[in-house]
Design a protein around this ligand. Sequence first.
Ligand SMILES: CC(C)(COP(=O)(O)OP(=O)(O)OC[C@H]1O[C@@H](n2cnc3c(N)ncnc32)[C@H](O)[C@@H]1OP(=O)(O)O)[C@@H](O)C(=O)NCCC(=O)NCCS
Length: 180
Amino acid sequence: MSSDNHVIAGPPLRLRPLREADEVPFAAAHQALAEEGYHFGLDGYQAGCSWPGYLQRVRDGQAGVNLPAGRVPATFLVAEVAGQIVGRISIRHELNDFLRQEGGHIGYAVLPAHRGRGYATEMLRQGLVIASSLGVEQVLVTCDDDNVASSRVIERCGGKLDSTAMGRDGSTLIRRYWIG
Ligand SMILES: CC(C)(COP(=O)(O)OP(=O)(O)OC[C@H]1O[C@@H](n2cnc3c(N)ncnc32)[C@H](O)[C@@H]1OP(=O)(O)O)[C@@H](O)C(=O)NCCC(=O)NCCS
């Protein structure tokens, strides 16, 4: 999806939609991030759930069809390097109250085994191009106040700190950045 790749070294990173053949690596990715308390699969993904059903939910989520209450349309893509899934990104097409306060337009994660190679920075750069193609020019990106790597990613992509606010869990400080 990008011709302008900023990965530090090695083969290029590209963002692409999920495929039927991704079921096994996707489950492994979900498990790897769950061990750190993060979700790789969004849209209600659970280990062992129907994969065709999940793919349909992701497609529906992008089209804004059958959205659960409180959800906005979002584009979910995996990041692939040399044929391997290394991360995922979710690009929300609009904000609701929760996203405006702490979720932001774009969320991303890189698998533990693939960190520190510039992948998240490249994913956000490409995600910003996709957001722009969806008409989102001012992009809100957030991270926990103590997530040094993520705040670095956002700042490298031009993020300007707007505010630091308490998350709805009442204990996590969230940094809110605007890009664009
Ligand atoms: C945050 C995360 C996406 C970073 O992914 P990544 O691919 O390792 O990030 P990059 O390689 O693009 O590194 C970005 C910057 O952070 C720095 N960085 C990476 N890990 C770091 C760490 N543990 N401590 C401090 N800085 C770190 C890098 O040096 C780089 O800075 P530089 O551009 O000045 O060299 C990844 O750690 C992750 O998925 N964490 C769990 C989920 C998460 O936090 N998602 C973001 C939610 S807002």
